[in-house]
Each structure stands twice: as C-alpha cells, then as structure tokens.
Design a protein around this ligand. Sequence first.
Ligand SMILES: *[C@@H]1O[C@H](CO)[C@@H](O)[C@H](O)[C@H]1NC(C)=O
Ligand SMILES: *[C@@H]1O[C@H](CO)[C@@H](O)[C@H](O)[C@H]1NC(C)=O
Ligand SMILES: *[C@@H]1O[C@H](CO)[C@@H](O)[C@H](O)[C@H]1NC(C)=O
Ligand SMILES: *[C@@H]1O[C@H](CO)[C@@H](O)[C@H](O)[C@H]1NC(C)=O
Ligand SMILES: *[C@@H]1O[C@H](CO)[C@@H](O)[C@H](O)[C@H]1NC(C)=O
Length: 247
Amino acid sequence: MKASIPLLILLHALVVHCLKVVSKRGSVEGCTDWSVDYQKYKVLVGEPVRIKCALFYGYIRANYSHAQSTGLSLMWYKSAVHGDFEEPISFDGARMSKEEDSIWFRPAELDDVGYYSCVLRNSTYCMKVSMSLIVAQNDTDLCYNSKMRFFEKAELSKCKNITCPDIEDFIQPGVEPKIVWYKDCKPKQWRQTIERRRDTLFIKEVREDDIGNYTCEIPFGNFVVRRTTELSVTGKRIFQISPSFPP
Ligand SMILES: *[C@@H]1O[C@H](CO)[C@@H](O)[C@H](O)[C@H]1NC(C)=O
Ligand SMILES: *[C@@H]1O[C@H](CO)[C@@H](O)[C@H](O)[C@H]1NC(C)=O
Ligand SMILES: *[C@@H]1O[C@H](CO)[C@@H](O)[C@H](O)[C@H]1NC(C)=O
Ligand SMILES: *[C@@H]1O[C@H](CO)[C@@H](O)[C@H](O)[C@H]1NC(C)=O
Ligand SMILES: *[C@@H]1O[C@H](CO)[C@@H](O)[C@H](O)[C@H]1NC(C)=O
C-alpha cells in the first residue's frame, strides 16, 4: 500500500487548505470580520462628516458606552483599498477626531477617501467592520457632484415633500435647522405654494417646471453640509394644440 502515504499527504494538504480558507474568511488575527458595511459615506470636499462604527448599529447588541463599561476597547484603522494593509489612525484631535463610537472629520479632504475599520476587542473577544468613505469635488460650475445625488419622483399636480437627507448628525433635537434650499444651484424665490418646514421643502401642487436638482445647505460650525436631490416629475403632460397649422 505504497500509494496511501502520498494520498494521506494530499488529504492533509487539502484539509489544511480548507481550514485556512475558512479561517481567512471568518476572522483576521482571531477577529470576527464583518467585511464592509452596506452604508457608504459620500461627501464633498470641505464638508464635515461623521463615520459611525457600524458594529453598534446592527452587528452587536451593545452600544458604545455599554461596551466600554465592560472593558472592551475600540480602535480605528484605515486602508486605501479594502483588504489592503490597515494602518492605525493617529488622531490629531482637530480636523479628525475620535468621539465615542465615531470618527469626525471637520472637514473631509480628498486624501480621506478609503476604508475605515473599527475593531472592538478585549483579550478574548474581537469584532471588526469597515465603512467606506468617498470624498469628491463638485462638478464644474455646479454646487454638487452628480454621482452623489439622491433621487425623488413626483406626480404632476400632486403634493411632494423633498427632505434634506442624511443630516441627523448636523442638527440638534428641538432646534430649527437653518436650511437654505437651492434649485439647480441657484437661490430661488419660492412661489407661495412651496413651503419650507424644518428639513423639508413642501410643494403643494407639483408643476412640470419643478423638475431639477434641489440642494439643501446646512451650516455646521465653520462649514456647510450640502445634499442634492434630483426631482423628476411624471404624469399627464398637458399638450397644447399648436396654432402653427393654418386652417
Ligand atoms: C446603552 O445600553 C445600555 C444597556 O443596554 C442602556 O442602559 C443605555 O441607555 C444605552 N445608552 C445609550 C446612550 O443608548
Ligand atoms: C470580553 O468581552 C466579551 C464580550 O463582552 C465578554 O463576554 C468576555 O467575558 C470578555 N473577556 C474578558 C477577558 O474580559
Ligand atoms: C465647488 O467646490 C469648490 C471647492 O470646494 C467651492 O469653492 C465652490 O464654491 C464650489 N462651487 C459651487 C458652484 O458651489
Ligand atoms: C408633507 O409633509 C407635511 C408635513 O410637513 C404633511 O402634512 C404632508 O402630508 C406631506 N406630504 C407628502 C406627500 O408626503
Ligand atoms: C440635474 O443634474 C444632472 C447632473 O448634473 C443633469 O444632467 C440634469 O440635466 C439636471 N436636471 C435638470 C432638470 O436640470
């Protein structure tokens, strides 16, 4: 039975290989790695942004203060490409700071693009997840980047609310946010039937010429945060009989 030894070696190699694949997928240095969170952070250059460690928002039950009180510590790492070498982040405390379960950028710069991993651990427990951050410039002559827009649909002559999205981190509960709305990057005299309420632009009766790109702007410290939503309008088009054909 001379063939059995190479066969055993082969089997052994296969088993080891499989174990390696499993351990590579399941953990990094004994850490349970949840890979990249679905939520992507997208901001314009010069805007503040807060990246929250997603572990506390859907992966584990504990919140940050609870985790901290049980002796777990939270560390942040950055990599340019997901899966690449992850460098521990040194916080200067001014532009980029670690605050509870988050990193704050005041503001974000182009170099900040990348993957941010938070690792929560003690000597026997370790969990990790990464969040991606995209920082981009506005398009030429525009106040937004067309790849970072939100999209809404409205029906002709119905009412429509356009809400300024993703701004929870920049408004205080109970305080009316000072939001300025622009249409196609220009300040606008809104007609009487368009109301601004808190974080919403309320169009009572949508018209065809309401289609366009709506940008809301919120001051935050020395910065502003902008979000742009393209509104498309659907519904019955009112065709006018053209008078260009003589009878
Ligand atoms: C964090 O979790 C603890 C225990 O689960 C809870 O008592 C506490 O209110 C939570 N804190 C926050 C800020 O949500
Ligand atoms: C590490 O944290 C886990 C989860 O909170 C806990 O169950 C475990 O007892 C902790 N281990 C040590 C050594 O503190
Ligand atoms: C585009 O971005 C630059 C740099 O952030 C800014 O100075 C400029 O005002 C922006 N343009 C518009 C039209 O908002
Ligand atoms: C828009 O918001 C207002 C309150 O701000 C609400 O009364 C109204 O029903 C909303 N309309 C739509 C179409 O969501
Ligand atoms: C909204 O913005 C996009 C991208 O900049 C542009 O192609 C489109 O024409 C704009 N819509 C309107 C109605 O101006």
